[in-house]
Design a protein around this ligand. Structure first.
Ligand SMILES: Cc1ncc(COP(=O)(O)O)c(C=O)c1O
Length: 391
């Protein structure tokens, strides 16, 4: 299979598959253009499809355990793509990254403890903390005039002084599209260490960092303590989020045992035959698909940047260093958040509301998912432009 521009341009019809992005009754009016939830409208790589078909062809679908080859494909991928070494025994397989977030919060803190998150951030970070009976401590990112965000170490330190026990980092960051630098991460790790607070790094977007930026795995820093956890998945990278498979990785045996115990008690264990088969294939045989995808996404970024510079000059797009999600600041148009949402609905384009990432930090912002065929992106941008300019 050749993964050229035509392959990605063609996209695929997802109607009739209960695709959340296309058919959610809450978000999608009829004939809307979906540029919201973070999966992509491209066919997955051929080895994944083949592996699933082959496995489906064997009519035994009973209980299955996670095998050595599952962890080996994960470690092999991270060594090959990110130059990071960790051992198979350091990985705990879980159903999804959100499961991992919740398991970490429950295993690494006590009820009532404070957990730091950097807003705006992926909405389930809030829920993982609040619904576990822990307290969210927001350390909002600081945005500059160009929409580039940086960490507020002083705010983090204040929370640490007030007893925060854990921080959940989004590396790279959804939605602001930052690929954190080595220096930024080192400063953060040293700060947390000083207060003996622990760190969970959600690295689900690791594979979407655009040159000249580089993805820096939290485990690659010599200063990172062994009891740090990072969460990984093939789901975003290879567009297989509906299969639900992830891993929590930790070098400290005691922490890993605590995570396993917590997951077990919640019945949140990995062992879906198809998820494991697809993930192994993804991690082993699909680098060419991923490289071609990144080249395609980069041109989508140009389309997004050029179109909005021309049609919506008061919109600030955060520099697109990472992910396939663009963070748009629409506050320059002087519309209320509700008014923006209403206009987008009227013009039939579905974006993710900034408020999903924090009510205050996301006010006046929208997130665009540009992981789709170019024609779909262009149509969505046309509608966005009309919604803001025409009302
Ligand atoms: C930062 C981040 N973590 C986790 C997830 C969800 O991962 P999963 O579907 O494995 O729960 C997403 C999805 O958008 C995300 O952006």
């Amino acid at each position: 299979m050749i993964y050229n521009q035509a392959f990605f341009d063609k996209g695929l019809s997802r109607l009739g598959t209960n695709a959340l992005k296309w058919q959610s009754p809450d978000y999608m009016a009829e004939n809307s253009v979906p540029l919201w939830v973070a999966d992509m409208d491209f066919p997955c790589a051929e080895p994944i499809r083949k592996a699933l078909l082959e496995r489906a062809d064997h009519p035994a679908y009973g209980y299955t355990f996670v095998g050595d080859e599952d962890a080996r494909s994960l470690t092999g991928f991270w060594r090959r793509r990110h130059g990071l070494d960790f051992e198979a025994k350091n990985a705990l397989m879980l159903p999804s990254v959100v499961t991992g977030l919740r398991v970490c919060v429950n295993a690494m803190t006590l009820p009532g403890d404070g957990v730091i998150i950097q807003t705006p951030v992926y909405g389930p970070f809030f829920n993982a903390v609040i619904e576990s009976g822990r307290a969210v401590m927001e350390a909002p990112l600081i945005g500059d005039e160009a929409g580039r965000y940086s960490m507020d170490y002083a705010a983090i330190e204040r929370h640490l002084q007030n007893g925060a026990r854990l921080m959940i980092l989004c590396n790279p960051h959804n939605p602001v599209s930052r690929a954190w630098s080595q220096e930024e991460l080192r400063t953060l790790v040293l700060l947390l260490k000083r207060y003996r607070a622990r760190l969970v790094s959600d690295e689900i977007h690791a594979d979407f960092v655009f040159a000249p930026k580089r993805f820096i795995p939290i485990f690659s820093l010599p200063e990172t303590p062994d009891n740090t956890v990072f969460l990984a998945a093939a789901s975003k990278t290879f567009n297989i989020a509906g299969l639900q498979q992830s891993a929590a990785i930790c070098r400290d045996e005691e922490t890993l045992r605590a995570l396993a115990r917590t997951a077990h008690r919640a019945g949140a264990e990995s062992g879906n035959i198809f998820a494991l088969v697809a993930t192994r294939a993804a991690y082993t045989h699909c680098d060419d698909w991923l490289d071609a995808l990144m080249a395609y996404l980069r041109i989508n970024q140009d389309v997004l940047r050029d179109t909005l510079a021309k049609e919506l000059p008061r919109c600030i797009i955060s520099p697109m260093e990472a992910t396939f999600l663009a963070w748009l600041d629409l506050r320059g148009y002087g519309l209320s958040h509700v008014e923006i949402e209403t206009r987008l609905r009227k013009h039939k384009v579905a974006l993710t509301s900034g408020r999903f990432f924090g009510h205050i930090a996301g006010e006046g912002f929208m997130r665009v998912n540009y992981g789709c065929p170019r024609a779909q992106l262009e149509e969505g941008l046309k509608r966005l432009t009309a919604a803001i300019n025409e009302g």
